[in-house]
Write a protein that binds this ligand. Structure first.
Ligand code: ADE
Length: 252
């Protein structure tokens, strides 16, 4: 269990609702509120960063530079890409990749690692991968964690949500289209899509290779009805993600 400070980010108030604690005070910088408190016995700074990669990158830089966070966690919701997963399932990212940074070529879009010139001949291995020992620690910490069944009112049956470790992709678009969902799954083999994690990973890597764990519960399946599902399932998905986040926080 680490006693260093963990930076905890969410994009939306619903996502931070079950985590935030400001017993240690509140500081506002650039219109962003940073709340100092504790998560699972570990000192933490909580921030609602807003939606999208730039917002996430700004908040991450402050968490590292002003608050000296030694680890980072994002807790929130995502769209599911893997057809084997359903609403309520949780994905812990073993890699975070920006699916919209790259080159638009005659034969399609090619993703590159953020910051490199996206040109032919430049080596491509996009994505920020977690160190294997960290993944092992997280798997051990998550062992035996039973997620609560979703209420019947959610309308996905009495299925108990499951926890997965896998790839998460990030871009500055809400995915509300079956063809895009299929392409992102096919091209990147990712399990979930969201709008911040890849930016947190980029800044964490750039500012000292700080460990970052992305915890996402699926609020929708990124297809034609994802705008409706997102609204309906955001509160319950945010709650499920926060249960997993509490379990993993001491181990990052
Ligand atoms: N976050 C939650 N659902 C999402 C979706 N369908 N696309 C992008 N980000 C999301």
């Amino acid at each position: 269990m680490s006693s260093t400070t963990l930076g905890v980010l969410s994009a939306l108030p619903e996502e931070l609702a079950h985590l935030a604690d400001e017993s240690g005070g509140r500081t506002e910088i650039a219109g962003i509120a940073f709340r100092q408190g504790v998560i699972a016995g570990r000192p933490a700074v909580f921030v609602e960063c807003g939606v999208g990669k730039v917002n996430a990158g700004i908040a991450t830089a402050y968490l590292l530079e002003r608050f000296g966070c030694a680890g980072l966690m994002f807790c929130g919701v995502a769209g599911g890409l893997d057809p084997a997963l359903g609403v309520g399932d949780v994905v812990v990212g073993t890699s975070n990749l920006q699916h919209d940074y790259g080159a638009e070529q005659e034969d399609g879009f090619l993703a590159f690692q953020p910051g490199v010139a996206p040109l032919p001949g430049v080596e491509r291995r996009p994505g920020y991968r977690l160190a294997p020992p960290l993944v092992e620690r997280l798997r051990a910490a998550a062992g035996g964690l039973a997620l609560e069944p979703l209420p019947e009112s959610v309308g996905v049956g009495a299925r108990r949500p499951t926890l997965h470790f896998g790839g998460i992709v990030t871009g500055d678009s809400f995915i509300n289209r079956d063809a895009t969902r299929e392409r992102l799954h096919r091209e990147f083999g990712a399990q979930a899509v969201e709008m911040e994690g890849g930016a947190v990973a980029q800044v964490a890597h750039r500012l000292g290779d700080v460990p970052f764990v992305n915890v996402r519960c699926l609020s929708d399946l990124a297809g034609a009805t994802s705008h409706l599902d997102f609204r309906a399932f955001l509160p319950i998905a945010a709650r499920t993600a926060s249960l997993v986040a509490h379990r993993l926080a001491p181990h990052i």
